[in-house]
Design a protein around this ligand. Sequence first.
Ligand code: NAD
Length: 303
Amino acid sequence: MTAIAFIGLGNMGGGMAANLAKAGHDVRAFDLSEAARKKAGEQGCNPVDRMEDAISGAEVVVSMLPAGKHVRSVYENEGGVIELAGEGTLLIDCSTIDVQSARAVGEAAAKAGFLMVDAPVSGGVAAADGGTLTFMVGGPEEAFGKAEPILDIMGKAVIRAGESGAGQAAKICNNMLLGISMIGTCEAIALAKKLGLDPQNFFDIASQASGQCWSLTAYCPEPGPVPAAPSNRDYNPGFAVAMMLKDLKLAQEAASANGASTPMGAQAEALYAMFDALGAGNKDFSGIMKLLDGSLSESGWTR
Ligand code: NAD
């Protein structure tokens, strides 16, 4: 049994912490939200009211927080992980954050003598609950070797992408591709409908032809062909528009900081920003179907 401090028990972290507890570990669970702490307690974790109580005596710290600023404050501030963790504690940040912040926290941890990985995930809340996430990991080989057995409990695939920050780099590149492919999928289905094709029939054809992609066959934005997809439950997330927009922004920031040309990524960011501003931020990102097939005004989603 390993003593694990888990910080950030939201939609994703809640299920991840529960899976570590289910595997027999002593999970000291902390979140600013009392409701999240209470739920973690019901799922086999040991909720604590103060972050320092989670960190003290922990052999591993896992965090799952909203954005770079939260991660930097939890790790680097006075009374944070780097100050309070005991010698030899392994640090694992699973949040999706900007590459720069991930590298800065990784450097601060290394300077203080800790092994740390950035290990963002692919897969939504269902994968977090089911222990079937994909982890993309950045950090030294030695840190990866120690983190892998812990990440294995929460995921179906754990892949090292390179040194500190490389997990975040892989994550934002993957999600930029996902945002672009979802918009392409929606445009193709919307055009198929305008041309009088039956959407199910078009799905049957495209999923066996060169247009096949995950956005179509696993997450179809048109209700019907893929029963488990959010399109069949009024586009309740799943993976929210606001989250996709956050990742597309991170990709554009990284592209401009590193001189990469990403015109389709920029278009995807602009379209998701418009969709979010219209009031659809809490809907699943595949709901952009309604913007592209002209049915948004009938949806009741807009402000
Ligand atoms: P969430 O908002 O549901 O959870 C974040 C939690 O962090 C909240 O419960 C919040 O109270 C807590 N928190 C914030 N600051 C804190 C602090 N200083 N100390 C302790 N707790 C603090 O978000 P989520 O959906 O769980 O996402 C978490 C991360 O996972 C994000 O970076 C997101 O981009 C990424 N992600 C989400 C999904 C998804 O489908 N939701 C999929 C892949 C990756």
